[in-house]
Structure formats: structure tokens, C-alpha cells
Design a protein around this ligand. Structure first.
Ligand SMILES: Cc1cc2nc3c(=O)[nH]c(=O)nc-3n(C[C@H](O)[C@H](O)[C@H](O)COP(=O)(O)OP(=O)(O)OC[C@H]3O[C@@H](n4cnc5c(N)ncnc54)[C@H](O)[C@@H]3O)c2cc1C
Length: 382
């Protein structure tokens, strides 16, 4: 179905980012999958070419255009090329971490951090999840107790995307451990701070080129100047930023499903069984038709959500709807596409196999499907 949200400028940007992916990511993708991480030079290369921080004002080193459609294009092209795992660090940096800096930094913090974030010299991460808590964020145990001009941080985080590469980690902490939501604050922990250690780069089912790590904090003295936003308002800040994070994941899910369907259509037209292309069996046609229909419907909803986000109108509930439905769709589609590939669908040399492994996490991270339904259900007064 023809999409109506893009202008010519967006299409030019898409072409340019597609060339960047072809040149800077695709040729190295399998090496990075083996390494378990992308090189930091990927971030600086993206920064140099204008693919980081498109919405930060030019005075601080960004592209100066507040328009999530550019972020959307980056995410879509990464999925189209089958390099979503390697690109996840870029989309996390742009779509998920950056809004905390642009919406919460003081002018002094902006000057200190934004130029490096825009150039890719400062890689970002956001650390909420702990070994003992994920969905139930308000039960977090990492503490930050004020001592003069610093907060003394103790605790640990896990499953942190960009965890090894990150220089600036937006860290959710309890500045008042006696409280739940009201005791939470956000601090920026920086590479090299005494007592801030990285743990393992975790061995995952998929997304192999993405560094997902444990972080440990032992009496880390974080200057009060690194408080992001207001002390005690950490939960409110998170809630404010989560709709964009969830829309980013939803949009990537639809783009991943579209890519999977494309690879599968090529395959089922070529491969024959019982003297005919496997795509021409009625069952194959029906499955292809179902996927085509569901992806088109999802795309319309995602595009509408992007317009709402740009207009400052996307609600937490709408973002939750997009997140759970589009990622569950992604999971169903890649599973069906593996089935249509037969045994070859289980071989990593076929992009659908990697897409299958990469897809499994998307209904979990950024808030699980169950938590999304809780958010929507609560808003219905149920
Ligand atoms: C590859 C990867 C990257 C990640 N990146 C980051 C990151 O960058 N930063 C970060 O902070 N975190 C990150 N995470 C963590 C991710 O967001 C959490 O794993 C997720 O929020 C779920 O938390 P959990 O794993 O503790 O599961 P749990 O909260 O223990 O949930 C386990 C199960 O219980 C269900 N459940 C929990 N509460 C309820 C409820 N009230 N009602 C119904 N069911 C419920 C869940 O839906 C789930 O099915 C990442 C995880 C992975 C695997």
C-alpha cells in the first residue's frame, strides 16, 4: 500500500542512508556478528554522515530537524538490509537515549555532551533493568545517596544495550530507597568513573553483533552536575520518553516483517517441489496473503503513530498498542517465513534464519507484551 507520510527530502535521506548501510555495515556484518559487538567507528562514521542526532539543534552539533520520520527511515533501512542487530546501537542512541538528553539536560550539560553524542564520539545507553527486576521498575535496588556534591552509587544493571561501547549511561537509581516511584532519579554515569565496571558481554540467542552487557557500580561518586532532570522525578522522566522508545521498536518490527516477507517471496518463487514453485501451493499463497495483509495494516498504524509523535500527541497507550501488536506480528511472520523456506530457513546463511533469532526479543525488551496490555487495560478502567 502506498505510504503517504514521506516527502522528497525523506526519500533522498533514505537513499543516502541505504548507501551508507551498503558501504559501512553490510560488508562487515557477519564479522561483527562473530565479534559480538560493532566497532565504535560505526558511530563516528554515522555521525560524520549526518545519521546521528538528526533532531538536535545545529548549535549543539545536530541536524536541526525535529522529525521522527528520519529516525523511522534509519530503522527501516537497517531491517531491510538484514543488519538490524548491528544497527540496534545506532537506533538506541538516536531514538531512545537522545530524547532524555534533549529534553532534560541543562544548557551546561548540553554543551558538555551533545556535540559528542552527535558526532558519535560519545556512545549512549540507558540502564533500567537489574538482575532482580525488569518489568517492576519501581522495585529497583541501585541506590544513589547524596554526599556533598556527589551521589554515591551502588548496585548493578543487566541486559544493557550498547553496554560495552557506551560512554554515557543514563542510569535509573533510587535517590530515596524508602520510596518506590517517587524515590527514582536519573544519573549519567560516564566511562572511566572509579567504581563503574562492565561485566560480561552477554551471549544471546540473536542480535549477536549488539553488545548487551552487565554493569556494576561500587561507591561510584557521580557529580550532582550529572543528575538528568529533577531528583525524585526519574519515573516521570522515563514514562515521558517510553512512547518514542516503544514506537521505535514497533516500527522496526513491521520493517523486519516486511523484509522477511520479501526474502520469502523471492525464495518461494524459485524453489520447486512436486514440479511447481512452492509459492504456488494454496497453503503458501494463503500464508503469503495473510502476512501481506497484516503487514499493510500494521504499517498504516505505525505511520499514523509517527505523525502523532511528531505532533506531540502520541499517548502511552497508543505506543503500547503499536509495540505489542507489531512485535507479535514480527514474531509470527518470521516464524511463517522460516516454515516456507523449509530446512534452508534454519541455516544462518539465509537472512531469514538470523531474522528469526533476532525477532524473539522484541516482544520482551522495551516492556513486555504483557506489560503493554496492562498499560492499555488500565487505561480502559479495567
Ligand atoms: C537483548 C536485550 C536488550 C535489552 N536492552 C536493555 C537496555 O538497553 N536497557 C534496559 O534497561 N533493559 C534492557 N533490556 C531488558 C528488558 O527491557 C527486560 O528484559 C524486560 O523489561 C523484561 O524484564 P525481565 O527480563 O526482568 O522480565 P520480568 O519482569 O521478570 O518478566 C518475566 C515474565 O513475567 C511477566 N510479567 C511481569 N510482570 C507482569 C505483570 N504485572 N503482569 C503480567 N505479566 C507480568 C513478563 O511479561 C514476562 O513474561 C534488554 C533485554 C534484552 C534481552
Amino acid at each position: 500500500m502506498r505510504r503517504t507520510i514521506f516527502t522528497e527530502d525523506h526519500e533522498l535521506f533514505r537513499e543516502s542512508f541505504r548507501s551508507f548501510v551498503d558501504k559501512e555495515i553490510t560488508p562487515h556484518h557477519l564479522d561483527w556478528e562473530r565479534d559480538g559487538i560493532v566497532p565504535r567507528s560505526l558511530f563516528t562514521a554515522a555521525g560524520r554522515s549526518g545519521f546521528l542526532a538528526m533532531d538536535v539543534d545545529e548549535a549543539h552539533g545536530g541536524g536541526g530537524v525535529e522529525d521522527f520520520r528520519y529516525n523511522l527511515i534509519v530503522g527501516e533501512e537497517l531491517q531491510r538490509s538484514g543488519t538490524g542487530g548491528a544497527g540496534l546501537g545506532l537506533t538506541l542512541h538516536n531514538d531512545i537515549c537522545l530524547p532524555y538528553f534533549t529534553s532534560l539536560c541543562t544548557e551546561e550539560q548540553k554543551q558538555r555532551w551533545l556535540p559528542g553524542i552527535c558526532s558519535g564520539e560519545l556512545v549512549t545507553a540507558v540502564a533500567m533493568t537489574e538482575p532482580g527486576i525488569g518489568s517492576d521498575l519501581a522495585s529497583m535496588a541501585t541506590t544513589a545517596i547524596r554526599d556533598g556534591d556527589a551521589y554515591i552509587v551502588n548496585g548493578s544493571k543487566t541486559f544493557i544495550t550498547n553496554g560495552i561501547n557506551a560512554d554515557l549511561v543514563i542510569t535509573a537509581v533510587k535517590t530515596d530507597p524508602s520510596q518506590r516511584h517517587k524515590g527514582m532519579s536519573l544519573l549519567v554515569l560516564e566511562r572511566g568513573m572509579d567504581g563503574f565496571e562492565r561485566g560480561r558481554n552477554l551471549d544471546k540467542v540473536g542480535l549477536h553483533s549488539q553488545d548487551t552487557a552487565e554493569l556494576f557500580f561500587t561507591d561510584v561518586a557521580v557529580p550532582v552536575a550529572n543528575l538528568l532532570g529533577t531528583q525524585g522525578q526519574g519515573f516521570v522522566h522515563l514514562v515521558h520518553n517510553l512512547p518514542q522508545e516503544r514506537l521505535s521498536i514497533a516500527a522496526a518490527g513491521v520493517a523486519a516483517a516486511e523484509a522477511a516477507l520479501g526474502w520469502t517471496l523471492d525464495y518461494v518463487k524459485e524453489r520447486t517441489a512436486f514440479g511447481q514453485p512452492i509459492g504456488s501451493f494454496q497453503n503458501s499463497r494463503f500464508r503469503l496473503a495473510e502476512m501481506r495483509t497484516e503487514i499493510d495494516i500494521a504499517q498504516v498504524f505505525v505511520d499514523r503513530c509517527v505523525e502523532a509523535l511528531n505532533a506531540g500527541e502520541l499517548t502511552a497507550e497508543e505506543a503500547a498498542e503499536a509495540k505489542w501488536w507489531c512485535t507479535e506480528l514480527q514474531k509470527r511472520v518470521v516464524d511463517t517465513c522460516v516454515q516456507l523456506h523449509g530446512g534452508y530457513g534454519y541455516m544462518l546463511e539465509y537472512p531469514i534464519a538470523r531474522a528469526y533469532a533476532d525477532a524473539r526479543i522484541t516482544t520482551i525488551y522495551g516492556g513486555t507484551t504483557e506489560i503493554m496490555k496492562e498499560i492499555i487495560g488500565r487505561s480502559l478502567g479495567a
